[in-house]
Design a protein around this ligand. Structure first.
Ligand code: NAD
Ligand code: LMR
Length: 314
């Protein structure tokens, strides 16, 4: 099993390290355009193997030859946002990058499952899908695992209970319109609505929606520990074929009344990638929130098309 990580920056290097430390793959290949950087990070990680006790081989490169035959590819190449920016401000530049790296990667690994991380997430996943020409279930975006992890972390902090006992579902695009679903949130099997009042739940939902921006404002760039771990969790579900039920940006073809877009929905993840999109019952209010989020993703897709037709991006 080989996992490629394209973009060996903050998220990419963290994802590569998480994959290695979980010993799920024989080999991890990190690719970046910065000369020496992926090679140096790979060597540093290899030197940590005796301490952590993993057997995965990690290499860094500026070329794609070493990625051939990858089972999974995590794409993190692209610009992160700075304070004052929205993820959508990255669209033009990151579309060029994601399209270019996908084109270079796909020839050597036509059966790989792609996990996109670069922002704006839902649209970059679409860019990778069209550039790769892979089957739609072999392409997915990582956001829901991160956003639900934030939501679960905030609930755990509020309740003073283990994160391990908090199960939650969050849907929609990876942005301020994301849709955390308290109705599908349980603490050790108990509905969260039995344990917290509406006002507290609402404040946690709002904090979750702004969770990326909260960190950007603190650090001047975006998060990487939780995002890297989230991408590695998805890679593990595919490599081990363990049919995890996780939220991911998946290609909707009628599901939830949405067409021809990648957006966050609950999926079953296994060796064939997105093996199923699970359609849960949504109340009218939840469906409205989902539609608002989908409209936002569609606006971004329309912007992408406009930029292409104006020749602003290739
Ligand atoms: N989906 C999510 O939940 C999520 C979470 C965190 C970050 N992100 C996004 O992930 C992306 C990466 O964030 P980061 O913090 O790791 O940024 P970073 O700047 O630390 O790393 C990005 C890396 O991409 C590399 N790169 C740029 N163009 C490339 C190309 N053509 N080929 C190969 N490598 C290339 C850069 O050299 C850099 O090392 C950003 O777009 C960010 O917004 C998404
Ligand atoms: O907030 C960002 O720009 C990065 C990422 O999407 C996140 O949610 O951490």
């Amino acid at each position: 099993m080989k996992v490629t990580v394209i973009g060996a920056g903050n998220v990419g290097a963290t994802a590569a390290e998480c994959v290695a430390r979980k010993d799920m793959a024989k080999e991890v290949v990190m690719v970046d355009i910065q000369e020496g950087m992926p090679q140096g990070k790979a060597l540093d990680m290899m030197e940590s193997a005796p301490i952590h006790g993993f057997d995965t081989t990690i290499t860094g490169t500026n070329e794609y030859d070493a990625t051939e035959g990858s089972e999974v590819c995590i794409i993190t190449a692209g610009l992160p946002r700075k304070p004052g920016m929205s993820r959508d401000d990255l669209l033009a530049k990151n579309a060029e990058i994601v399209s270019s790296v996908t084109n270079q990667f796909k020839k050597g690994s036509p059966n790989a499952k792609l996990i996109i991380v670069s922002n704006p997430l839902d649209v970059m996943t679409y860019v990778a899908y069209t550039a790769s020409e892979f089957e739609s279930n072999h392409v997915m975006g990582m956001a829901g695992v991160l956003d639900t992890a934030r939501y679960r972390a905030f609930l755990s902090m509020e309740l003073g209970v283990s994160v391990r006992d908090i199960q939650a579902l969050l849907m929609g695009g990876h942005g301020d319109t994301m849709v955390p679903l308290p109705r599908y949130t349980t603490i050790g099997g108990i509905p969260v609505t039995e344990m917290l009042d509406d006002e507290t739940i609402e404040s946690i939902v709002e904090r979750t929606k702004g969770g990326g921006g909260e960190i950007v404002n603190m650090m001047g760039t975006s998060a990487w520990y939780a995002p890297g771990a989230a991408a590695a969790e998805m890679a593990e579900a595919i490599i081990k074929d363990n049919k995890r039920v996780l939220p991911a940006a998946a290609y909707c073809d009628g599901e939830y009344g949405l067409n021809d877009m990648f957006i966050g929905v609950p999926v079953k993840l296994g060796k064939d990638g997105v093996e199923e999109i699970i359609e849960v019952d949504l109340s009218d209010d939840e469906q409205d929130l989902m539609q608002t989020s989908a409209d936002h993703v569609q606006d971004n897709l329309d912007n992408l098309e406009r930029l292409k037709s104006e020749g602003a991006i290739g």
